[in-house]
Design a protein around this ligand. Structure first.
Ligand code: ADP
Ligand code: MG
Length: 700
């Protein structure tokens, strides 16, 4: 049977070399097996037949049984149209064609019962249907085609070359005839029984020729489960193999640095979430396998101290550690913060960025090589070949979405045995995506904020209410608070009527004049040294307002800043808005985020703004973002390949995904090599899928 599915598609009756070529090019269908996996995008319900006198002016498609009694060509200003009079026992209507008139005229049978299908519109009290789908009643009855009519994916080229939906449907029927609808069951019987899944045969049949809504739903569920189940088997197996193969440095002991810090120098009690995550990390580090862990935690959830304590474990075991951040500002903030936290520990901690002086650089290189430098914090300057470690045991990467996978692996190569890797991110990735994409990473989540934080209050204000907003700012400044005002642009862009940063800055300096107020500005076109100086002035409280572009998006920490104004909020994506908001709410005071916008807002924009006002929870926001933008957009093109699922949808089928994952884990726990007799077929399919050049390539 399986061999039959390998038959090149042109051998299918009704296909041939030309159509075969088109199917290959347009739909990537090479063999019988590819066609069977071409699942419909949607279905048209053809369970009901309408009478002509029942027609309504609605936008839905209807099917009617009747006859053509007359056909004529009508001249019009531009070209001609073909008009047929169609009747049933209740009335008459018109069928209209603008294209393919000759062929239709020749092939249409007069006074013969047809089933027609399409959208109707009425004109002068007479209903008409343009380019109806037509089928002789005889054919209609005989066809395998069912009441729920599948609509297959198509392309313009296919449609132009006559491979219509109907033709694909015919091919599918032919395929079922030639293969006698015998398809190998891929899932073990006990799973089918436990989950009440219909057999593969029945599922494939009903996905293409559903007899009812109910059977269709069962077929979809079964096939979605199967697809996600095999992906999970693949991901989890890879992870197990990696752990098995890639040896890491086992950090066997918890030593003095960690213990001293934990007992005497913790500046606050750790939250339960922080403790939980530390435990997970310690388990990884203590094992023989290399750690590859993603640490997700909303802005302000306290990832830094978890990072530091992990580094202390490395140092306790005689290793060095590094922390890499995407920008200079962030790297130096980490440097300052970590130096402060570890000040009693007598550690050698240094900062390396693009602007580190050559003389300092030399010392750092030396100390890294002779092992006297314990912790190096920096930007991608750490990736340069000159930077060599004596024994790097742990690499921490902050805000991973800014670094590519390649860069990550560069860090790896700095040692014979790869260091443990901890990736920290404040951009929560929805669970479904993390589970589907980061099969190679274990995921930890800090899902709790330190106590005593007042949730940031977020409101939406229209531009014409600016005066009131400004008044609010003056009151906050009078209380000693500081303000961020963020703009989406750096320079005026002619065609867009968005507020431009410079205009905004000039307006703000006018409304908040010296000497009473002072305003800072930071944007992408300034030199790093200028930016740093300006940031520093603001951080030290020397200026009241920081006008900025999104350069401050990531990580910047000024606890006294309590208001974040986001101008033209409609131009920002949800995760960006959330990141920006995270710049405030870091101190003890009540903080605010004000989203400014014009009145014209799209539905998506309204959803984004409403979501921001409704919740501070990064994971909730990530879920909405995923729904609005889809997985491909969120993860970037390169990774979106993995999301080219045949039938399942990571957003809509979350529950099926969880179920599939649960059962994949259970199965592998019981029989990791899939060697048991009941897993024989499963194993075969698993291996076949692994060889396939498709989504599997992206999983690594
Ligand atoms: P992020 O996860 O955004 O990197 P940070 O590590 O910068 O968060 O922590 C944010 C702030 O919260 C810092 O000022 C830090 O000192 C403080 N913090 C972290 N953990 C706790 C805790 N358990 N209790 C109180 N404050 C904490
Ligand atoms: Mg941070």
């Amino acid at each position: 049977m399986n061999n039959l599915l390998d038959t090149p598609i042109e051998y299918l009756k009704g296909v041939g070399p030309q159509r075969g070529d088109l199917l290959r090019k347009e739909l990537n269908i090479h063999r019988y097996g590819d066609l069977i996996n071409l699942y419909p995008n949607r279905y048209i319900d053809r369970t009901r037949y309408y009478k002509i006198n029942e027609l309504q002016n609605s936008n839905s498609e209807v099917q009617i049984v009747g006859k053509v009694i007359h056909i004529k060509t009508v001249e019009q200003k531009k070209g001609k149209r073909l008009v047929a009079t169609f009747v049933d026992d209740t009335g008459e209507m018109e069928l209209v064609w603008f294209q393919g008139q000759k062929w239709i005229r020749e092939s249409l049978k007069i006074n013969t019962p047809y089933v027609i299908f399409g959208k109707t519109t009425s004109f002068n009290g007479l209903f008409n249907m343009a380019h109806p789908e037509m089928e002789l009643v005889e054919e209609h009855k005989a066809s395998l085609r069912s009441a729920m009519q599948p609509v297959y994916p198509s392309t313009e080229k296919l449609a132009n070359k006559g491979i219509s939906n109907k033709v694909i449907n015919k091919m599918m029927q032919q395929l079922f005839i030639e293969t006698h609808s015998l398809f190998t069951e891929t899932l073990p019987t006990y799973l089918l029984e436990e989950l009440k899944l219909i057999p593969k045969n029945a599922a494939l049949f009903n996905i293409h020729f559903p007899k009812s809504q109910e059977l269709l739903a069962k077929a979809q569920f079964r096939l979605k489960f199967e697809e996600l189940f095999f992906i999970q088997l693949q991901l989890i197996t890879k992870n197990l193999i990696r752990k098995h193969k890639i040896k890491g440095h086992p950090f066997e002991k918890v030593g003095d640095y960690f213990t001293t810090f934990y007992n005497s120098h913790l500046p606050f009690d750790l939250t339960n979430a922080q403790k939980k995550v530390l435990k997970e990390i310690r388990n990884d580090l203590g094992s023989n396998a290399q750690m590859n862990r993603l640490l997700q935690g909303d802005v302000g959830s306290g990832k830094t101290i978890v990072g530091l304590m992990s580094m202390l474990l490395a140092i306790d075991n005689g290793f060095q550690a590094c922390l890499m951040a995407p920008t200079e500002i962030l790297a130096s903030q980490h440097f300052v913060g970590i130096t402060e936290l570890a000040k009693e520990l007598n550690l050698n901690i240094k900062l390396l960025t693009g602007s580190t002086k050559t003389s300092d650089r030399k010392i750092i290189h030396e100390e890294l090589e002779n092992g006297s430098l314990h912790i190096i914090i920096g930007t991608h300057a750490l990736l340069e070949d000159k930077v060599q470690f004596k024994n790097l045991g742990l690499a921490i990467i902050d805000e991973q979405h800014r670094f590519g996978v390649e860069q990550r692996s560069k860090l790896w190569k700095k040692n014979e045995v790869p260091p443990h890797v901890l990736v920290m991110t404040a951009t929560p990735i929805p669970r479904t995506l993390a589970m589907s994409l980061y099969g190679d990473l274990d995921v930890s989540v800090i899902d709790e904020l330190p106590p005593g934080r007042k949730p940031i209050q977020t409101v939406h204000r229209y531009d014409n209410n600016r005066l009131k907003v400004w008044k609010f700012l003056r009151d906050e400044i009078a209380k000693g608070r500081q303000i961020y005002i963020v703009y989406p642009l750096i320079q005026e862009s002619e065609k867009m009527d968005y507020k431009d940063l410079m205009d905004g800055y000039n307006g703000i300096t006018r409304d908040f004049p010296l000497p009473q107020y002072s305003v800072s500005i930071v944007h992408g076109q300034m030199k790093p040294s200028e930016k740093d100086a300006e940031m520093k002035r603001f951080a030290e409280g020397k200026t009241n307002i920081m006008v900025a572009t999104t350069v401050i998006e990531v990580g910047v920490n000024v606890p006294n800043a309590s208001v974040m104004i986001i101008e033209s909020a409609e131009r920002f994506g949800l995760s960006q808005l959330h990141q920006l908001r995270g710049r405030v709410g870091r101190g003890a005071e009540q903080s605010y985020c004000i989203l400014m916008s014009g009145h014209k807002l799209s539905n998506d924009t309204k959803t984004r703004i409403e979501t921001m006002c409704a919740t501070n929870d990064g994971f909730e926001i990530a879920e909405v973002d995923l729904k609005l933008r889809g997985p491909g957009d969120i993860m970037g093109k390169q990774q979106s390949g993995v999301l080219n699922l045949q039938i399942a949808d990571l957003v809509k089928d979350k529950d099926v995904l969880m179920l599939a994952r649960h059962h994949a884990i259970k199965l592998l726990k019981d029989d990791a090599a899939m060697e048991k007799p009941e897993h024989q077929t499963l194993r075969k399919v698993f291996i076949e899928l692994g060889k396939k050049k498709s989504i599997w390539n992206y999983i690594s």
